[in-house]
Design a protein around this ligand. Structure first.
Ligand SMILES: [Zn+2]
Ligand SMILES: [Zn+2]
Length: 267
């Protein structure tokens, strides 16, 4: 046990960020079996929202890194004492966290593939498509933020981000010949600034995902299908009933472990 702990400490020194939020760890906490280290809130949220669909009330959490099962989170360890939080003792499981939320969260745990299939990002900027409001953006951003921070009530955050985008769009100087590349850069920087306080280490990835979604000009359902196909996944209920030819590509494997049954990588 002690040896194992030492090994973990070695690992931790190399990367002192939380594997879930990718930011520096807030309120250091450990799983009781493997001693992998996370933010207190991150690992509790994980335990709450990423359980197996067959047993949503399970009283353990599978480590997102090594899959070992722990039944508690150890925190406020000061060398002498610690506190312990038992997993899922409260029955308040979430109804809002749907299969689609879970799939979106999983997307953030695979290496980002820059451009998805036929989505042409630069065409979006060059053709001034960004000037047109996107009617699905509100729902899409809501779902994205809900998935990322695993909270149901994200209205304030979504309004904030969309408000910033809106006023940026409205205040575009008339007749100003700024290059599409600069426009793109400005947009991404601005969205990142708005989202960073909430999304922390996930911000840049979120901004890229947002740009992808806008550039695709697809509605959410269609976008999900394209996206999942691009990843080479097959997720029942989201991209089944797809009568297209199966994709010939190596599926991307999530970096963290979700419950095993939801992604069929043999699509
Ligand atoms: Zn964290
Ligand atoms: Zn672990």
């Amino acid at each position: 046990m002690e040896q194992e702990q030492e090994q973990e400490e070695e690992e931790a020194k190399r990367s002192d960020s939380c594997p879930i939020c990718l930011s520096s760890i807030l309120q250091e906490s450990y799983l009781d079996q493997c001693f992998h280290k996370f933010c207190y809130n991150c690992i509790l949220q994980w335990a709450k929202f990423v359980p197996s669909k067959h047993s949503p009330q399970q009283s353990f959490v599978k480590c997102p890194l090594c899959k070992r099962k722990s039944s508690s989170v150890v925190y406020e360890y000061d060398g002498y004492s610690f506190k312990q939080h038992l997993i899922n003792q409260d029955s308040e499981t979430s109804n809002f966290f749907t299969k689609a939320h879970k799939y979106r969260l999983q997307c953030y745990y695979v290496e980002p593939g820059n451009v998805i299939g036929d989505i042409n990002i630069m065409r979006y900027w060059k053709s001034y498509k960004y000037r047109q409001p996107n009617q699905w953006l509100y729902s899409w951003v809501s779902r994205e933020i809900q998935a990322l921070i695993q909270e149901k009530d994200v209205d304030i955050i979504v309004h904030h981000i969309l408000g910033v985008i809106d006023s940026w769009r409205r205040n575009e100087p008339k007749g100003c010949k700024i290059s599409p590349e600069l426009k793109q850069e400005e947009f991404k920087r601005m969205v990142a600034d708005a989202a960073k306080p909430f999304l922390r280490g996930r911000t840049d990835r979120f901004v890229n995902e947002l740009e992808n979604f806008l550039a695709s000009a697809l509605n959410i359902e269609a976008y999900d299908k394209v996206y999942i196909k691009h990843l080479g996944w097959k997720i029942p209920g989201i991209n089944d009933g797809n009568d297209e030819e199966p994709e010939e590509r190596d599926p991307l494997i999530p970096l963290l472990s979700f419950s095993d049954e939801d992604i069929d990588e043999t699509a």
